[in-house]
Ligand binder design. Structure first.
Ligand code: MG
Length: 199
């Protein structure tokens, strides 16, 4: 599959350049990639900012909290989202945040509204509710979704629900992303083989 990495990169990371050969090995790609927010796309819990939780851009274009401190996502997050967009792979968010309005605000300020077709952000015990909603709205099968999250519990639950899930340990990186894509491709191959066997 042609998955070259000539993405519209605008960061100073060079981690993407050696990923092209890995991507070329993929047999299957997901139709939908879903991301957790806190400690997956950005290095904090939105809930943990001091109240009032509000963000804005300063005169230089930096995103800041109400104390004027800069707020940034993980350095590869934007490029990963750009990459998916440039390959017409739909993206979404599944977050258990209790600060939906603030999380929405950050997504907008980071310029990510254009990336996310589905945003399920509400506090509930399990992320299965989020995925149930996403499946209903998108009409995409669970086995065509790939999920990234930093909490083992979410990975375990969502995986049991039927979605390929990848645990990121220190925020998403390009390497995690590629490994997740490879995991998806391998699982999909297994899934199709098992379906064939059962026919
Ligand atoms: Mg998280």
């Amino acid at each position: 599959m042609d998955m070259d990495m000539d993405m519209d990169t605008d960061t100073d990371t060079d981690t993407d350049t050696d990923m092209e050969p890995l991507l070329d090995t993929l047999t299957h790609v997901p139709k939908l990639v879903i991301f957790d927010l806190d400690y997956t796309l950005w290095p904090f819990w939105v809930d943990s900012f001091p109240q009032p939780i509000q963000f804005q851009k300063d005169s230089s274009g930096k995103v800041i909290d109400y104390r004027g401190r800069e707020v940034k996502p993980y350095c590869d997050s934007h490029n990963i989202l750009l990459f998916l967009q440039s390959h017409n792979i739909t993206c979404g968010v599944a977050s258990r945040t209790e600060e939906k309005v603030a999380a929405e605000q950050l997504i907008t300020l980071f310029g990510w509204d254009k990336f996310f077709k589905y945003k399920e952000m509400f506090f509930v015990d399990s992320k299965i509710s989020h995925f149930d909603n996403i499946r209903t709205k998108s009409e995409i099968d669970l086995e065509d979704m790939l999920f990234f999250d930093d909490e083992p519990r979410n990975i375990y639950e969502v995986q049991r629900f039927g979605v390929v899930a990848y645990l990121v340990e220190d925020g998403i990186t390009m390497r995690n992303f590629i490994e997740g894509m490879i995991k998806f491709s391998d699982k999909k191959t297994e899934y199709l083989a098992s379906m064939e066997k059962n026919m």
